[in-house]
Write a protein that binds this ligand. Structure first.
Ligand SMILES: C[S@@+](CC[C@H](N)C(=O)[O-])C[C@H]1O[C@@H](n2cnc3c(N)ncnc32)[C@H](O)[C@@H]1O
Length: 321
């Protein structure tokens, strides 16, 4: 979901628009009644959601698109909306943040360690990942001998599950804080074909070492949420945790690589959101490759995702010593 879509989704979640369409199509008048909204207001919102691809419209009747009906976590939208609203509210303090550069950003990881905010945040992560995971798994290429994968900050574990599905001999581990692992505990039972190959490891990657002996370390949307200093340390830990022929696969927003203007814009805006959220950034490609090289990796390759403009998949292999 691109950042500019948040507002429409928050609005729809809060008035119950998606909920009102759960049982089938409806016109603006019925939607206004069902959501206790102004007929003009609900139509304005519904039309935006049509333009963004969440709804279809035919003969003045609105319906969930096939994709929305399948993937939109309607029951979790209110929790997600609460998290997004708090994020937007805090981000309006941007002038102070730019002037003072407060350590840890305006919300920070502390705000989503538990409670409603954690539930909303992790529901959002699951939803965002569900639209990207298939392409990531399709593009990921691991050595045949790879047996152990560590998904750092893996939360819901959807990437680990898809990668274990692609590589039947792979054992996966999701490494995260307790709220992240609570999210994985929700998705694992829905993926029983691979769940017995996946371990949940609780830890703090800024405090603890990562479990050793990994053939692949995967990081999705982690680098952008951290300061440069923490990233440099994290890549050193990844270097120590990987085997002699190990590799790293990173999913990140990298604004300065050749891509469409839309991709550059989305990557840059993600960077700004993460700067506000937790003092992170959408780091330049050279910064990323520098951390990888300093940690002993080479053969660095990059591809851009098709389904998510602005998202790059970067792989690197341990340099022979
Ligand atoms: C942006 S989410 C990414 C989740 C998942 N990798 C994805 O792309 O959908 C960042 C994840 O990192 C976890 N995380 C943040 N700081 C962490 C830390 N210090 N140690 C372990 N996990 C952390 C969060 O709990 C969250 O699950």
């Amino acid at each position: 979901m691109a950042p500019h879509q948040f507002l429409a989704v928050i609005g729809a979640a809060e008035v119950g628009l998606f909920d009102a369409l759960r049982d089938g199509p409806a016109d603006a008048a019925s939607l206004a009644k069902a959501t206790d909204s102004s007929p003009v207001g609900i139509e304005v919102l519904a039309k935006v959601l049509v333009a963004l691809g969440y709804l279809d419209e035919e003969d003045g009747r609105y319906a969930l698109t096939e994709v929305s009906a399948k993937t939109l976590p309607i029951d979790e939208l209110p929790a997600m909306a609460a998290f997004l609203k708090e994020g937007v509210r805090q981000s309006l303090d941007i002038a102070r943040v730019v002037k003072e550069n407060p350590p840890g950003g305006v919300l920070g990881w502390g705000a989503i360690r538990s409670g409603e905010m954690a539930l909303g945040y992790h529901a959002l992560m699951r939803w965002l990942a569900s639209s990207v995971v298939d392409e990531v798994a399709r593009r990921a290429t691991f050595p045949r001998a790879a047996r152990r994968l560590l998904d750092v900050g893996g939360a819901h574990g959807l990437y680990t599950m898809a990668l274990c599905r692609k590589y039947p001999l792979l054992q996966g581990a999701v490494f995260d804080l307790p709220a992240g692992l609570a999210s994985a505990k929700q998705t694992l039972p829905l993926n029983s074909d691979v769940s017995d190959r996946i371990e949940l490891v609780q830890g703090d990657f800024n405090q603890d070492e990562l479990p050793e002996g990994q053939d692949v370390v995967f990081l999705a949307n982690i680098v952008h949420g951290q300061t440069a200093e923490n990233n440099a340390d994290l890549f050193q830990k990844i270097g120590r945790a990987t085997t002699r022929r190990g590799m790293v696969l990173i999913l990140e927003q990298v604004p300065d690589v050749p891509q469409t203007q839309l991709g550059k814009g989305i990557a840059a805006i993600f960077g700004l959101m993460l700067y506000l959220f937790s003092s992170g950034q959408a780091y330049p490609y050279e910064r990323l490759t520098g951390w990888l090289e300093d940690a002993g990796f080479g053969d660095i390759k990059r591809q851009e995702l098709r389904v998510a403009p602005g998202f790059s998949l970067v792989s690197a292999r341990k340099r022979p010593r």
